[in-house]
Design a protein around this ligand. Structure first.
Ligand code: MG
Length: 247
């Protein structure tokens, strides 16, 4: 069952999403050469707590940090640590907020200083693929209309869609039903209804979609070592169309 949210739930989720978006907008400004991924994590946690919210990832299935921070070839679930960010890197920050029991989830990928053309294109294509997916998140469409629109957009640009990780329902828990693949045939899966809230999150690779998990048991990296990008929004499906809660 995909849980449907009440008007009150949606208002609380909007609040949670606004906190997350404001934290993210601060983080975007501090990502520059010389800082470590752990610096980003510490600042994320401070900002979330300042907003009287809780970091939703910390402790989730044992995840040890507030933010997932991924650099270049890292796809998702990067554990913040001593890695120093340099000019020319791309950095993905994935963050979750729990505000009074209401969860929101968001990710962005940022260029650090001047990055090469292919990384710039990757960021743009990934951002636009999320927008294409959100556009399909309307009452009366099927779930995989979202998936299919993301995959077709990305592959037309010559990049590939990660298969091993998918988006998810969200709201009263960080992960709810349904799973939302970023690939697949259209017009399948459950019919989308008003009151569903989805975390749509394409993870896109320059090279092959294949990945492996590092020895830390969390961090997924591209098999070919080429860069990967990740954008995510928490989106409510309503009779008036999709509402992005994390902006
Ligand atoms: Mg997510």
């Amino acid at each position: 069952m995909i849980p449907l949210k009440s008007q009150k739930d949606l208002e609380m989720l909007k609040h949670s999403g606004e906190i997350l978006a404001s934290v993210m907008s601060r983080l975007v400004k501090i990502v520059q050469p010389g800082i470590t991924t752990l610096d980003i994590d510490r600042i994320s946690e401070e900002l979330i707590l300042k907003n009287k919210a809780v970091a939703a990832f910390k402790g989730y299935r044992g995840f040890p940090a507030t933010a997932c921070v991924c650099v270049n070839e890292e796809i998702v679930h990067g554990i913040p640590g001593s890695r120093v960010i340099s000019e020319g890197d791309i950095v993905s920050i994935d963050l979750g907020v729990n505000y009074q029991g209401y969860f929101s989830d968001m990710a962005v990928t940022l260029p650090v200083g001047k990055v090469d053309q292919i990384k710039n294109k990757l960021i743009e294509v990934t951002r636009k693929s999320l927008a294409a997916g959100i556009k399909q998140a309307v009452v009366g469409n099927y779930l995989t209309d979202i998936s299919h629109s993301i995959q077709s957009f990305v592959e037309a640009e010559g990049f590939s869609v990660v298969r091993q990780f998918v988006g998810h329902g969200i709201g009263l828990a960080l992960h709810e039903e349904p799973e939302i693949p970023n690939f697949g045939k259209p017009h399948l899966g459950p019919l989308l209804k008003s009151g569903m809230v989805l975390a749509i999150e394409p993870m896109i690779n320059v090279g092959s979609w294949e990945c492996f998990i590092l020895e830390n048991g969390w961090t997924a990296v591209t098999k070919d070592g080429k860069p990967s990008a990740h954008f995510e929004h928490t989106v409510a499906i309503t009779d008036k169309g999709p509402i992005i809660l994390t902006q």
